[in-house]
Design a protein around this ligand. Structure first.
Ligand code: ADP
Ligand code: MG
Length: 166
């Protein structure tokens, strides 16, 4: 495929623990400057995945839903990039508001994970990882999730996302 084509992988996740494990695997692919957009309804598992991502990156502080803040910065404990965890749900203004957050870190030097980012943060970079989480409709007790990870842009073209479903 050409560098502009998205590369995609689909993963079935059977439990919250497996979702965290997927986050830890995903963390191994990430480096400073990367943007990950998480899409999925409330309770899909976006924050659970981000928790595993934080574990994989080795950052300080437990990843929780940023309920009272729009973004939370988790510094790395091992010299890697910090994790900037954004809940864009209330970011009505999109990118401009992101830049106004005064985060104390530079986004190009961070791994930025955005929940509810669709239509809000695409302008940040053409290179993005989209993670779409869906659950079986109508079954609220079901722990099965279908996760589609798509890499966009030249950053992700050469990356084998297949390692995520290993
Ligand atoms: P979101 O951030 O998308 O709103 P959360 O990660 O905060 O979702 O919450 C997901 C909820 O669903 C948690 O209570 C979690 O225990 C539960 N859950 C059940 N199965 C899964 C799964 N396979 N992956 C992630 N979360 C799951
Ligand atoms: Mg959440």
């Amino acid at each position: 495929h050409s560098p502009a084509d998205p590369v995609s992988v689909e993963i079935t996740v059977n439990s919250p623990d497996q979702m965290r494990e997927l986050g830890r695997r995903l963390a191994k692919l990430l480096r400073a400057g990367d943007l990950v957009m998480l899409t999925g309804e409330l309770g899909a598992g976006k924050t659970t995945l981000t928790r595993g991502l934080g574990e994989g990156l080795g950052v300080r502080g437990a990843v929780t839903s940023p309920t009272f803040v729009i973004a939370r910065v988790h510094p790395s404990l091992g010299g890697g990039p910090p994790l900037v965890h954004v809940d864009a749900y209330r970011l009505s203004g999109g990118l401009d508001e992101m830049e106004d957050l005064d985060l104390d870190v530079s986004l190009p030097e961070s791994v930025v994970v955005v929940e509810w980012g669709e239509g809000r943060v695409e302008e940040l970079t053409e290179d993005r990882l989209h993670v779409l989480i869906h659950r079986a409709v109508g079954d609220t007790t079901d722990e099965v999730r279908h996760v589609t990870v798509t890499g966009l842009g030249g950053r992700w073209a050469p990356v084998d996302l297949g390692v995520l479903s290993a």
